[in-house]
Design a protein around this ligand. Structure first.
Ligand code: KIV
Length: 291
């Protein structure tokens, strides 16, 4: 099927008509787990830019504009300084760059924990200004009332339990959770509370495998694992991690490319060409018309 493109001058986006793919909906993703079984695991990756979204979109079910962009894009020491404005700018870019995946935007630290009303105002602003389909927020039992409040008011929420990076100062680091009985019990209780509150899916991050499996079996909605278990109902990775953009990656990451080497190698060859006056060459330079 061939598409024609129309330039939207306000966004510089070339919109194809007809759109190449149909956008997945949150109810369709929620329905992938039925009677405790997810026949086809849910594929989620992070995306922060329009071009990245264009490249990932056709292969994913969900694109997450994660607050990990604080470290990955902005070089911040953690996700704590990330603001609503940053999430909205990147969220809108990812929505513009995708046609198929449902796009979720992380609620940044300090924009939802104060009260369920604060959470609604922040989440509504995200949905209005980005066009995303839903939000993700961290925390279990303590956030259940907020998740129910948002869901009942038309905002789909993905929960996030286990290693919750916004709570790094309370957790004391980024180590895997669920090694003690108390921690293990809390993770399953948190997942249950979010499920009962109406979360359409739950990220389980950095959790020892048996507890990730127990939490997955304990909830009716799909779980999305990261550093958890292949038995979760889906998986997510930070795209830059799986592309090999960083020297150091957590052990739960599988690197599908070594892009850091590719990019540094290209920069090295370009620099050598410039210093040798070998770039630009004839093909890259404009000459006056002859005659
Ligand atoms: O911020 C993020 O990218 C995330 C994923 C790692 C789940 O929360």
């Amino acid at each position: 099927m061939s598409s024609t493109f129309q330039l939207d001058t306000s966004t510089s986006r070339a919109n194809p008509t007809p759109a190449p793919l149909k956008r997945l909906t949150i109810p369709a993703i929620r329905a992938r787990k039925a009677a405790g079984v997810t026949a086809e695991p849910i594929v989620m990756l992070t995306a922060y830019t329009a071009r990245q979204a264009q490249l990932l979109d056709a292969h994913c079910d969900l694109l997450l504009v994660g607050d990990s962009l604080g470290q990955v894009i902005y070089g911040l020491p953690s996700s704590l300084p990330v603001t609503l404005d940053m999430m909205i700018a990147h969220g809108a870019a990812v929505v513009r760059g995708s046609w198929h995946s449902a796009v979720l935007v992380d609620m940044p630290f300090g924009t939802y924990e104060g009260s369920k009303e604060q959470a609604f105002a922040s989440a509504a602003q995200i949905l209005k200004e980005t066009g995303a389909a839903g939000v993700k927020l961290e925390g279990g039992e303590a956030m259940a009332e907020t998740v129910a409040f948002l869901t009942r008011r038309g905002i789909p929420v993905m929960g996030h339990v286990g290693l919750t990076p916004q709570a790094v100062n309370v957790l004391g680091g980024y180590n895997a959770r669920g090694r003690s009985d108390a921690e293990a019990e809390k993770i399953v209780t948190d997942a249950r509370a979010l499920d009962q509150a109406g979360a359409f899916a739950i990220v389980i991050e950095g959790v020892v495998e048996p507890i990730a499996i127990a939490a997955t079996q304990a909830v009716s909605c799909p779980t999305i694992g990261i550093g958890a278990s292949a038995q979760c109902d889906g998986q997510v990775l930070v795209t830059e991690d799986m592309l090999g953009m960083f020297e150091r990656v957590p052990r739960f990451v599988r690197r599908y490319e070594e892009l850091a080497e590719t990019i540094a190698g290209a920069a090295q060859r370009y620099a050598a060409d410039v210093r040798a006056r070998a770039f630009p060459g004839d093909e890259q330079t404009y000459q006056p018309k002859k005659g």
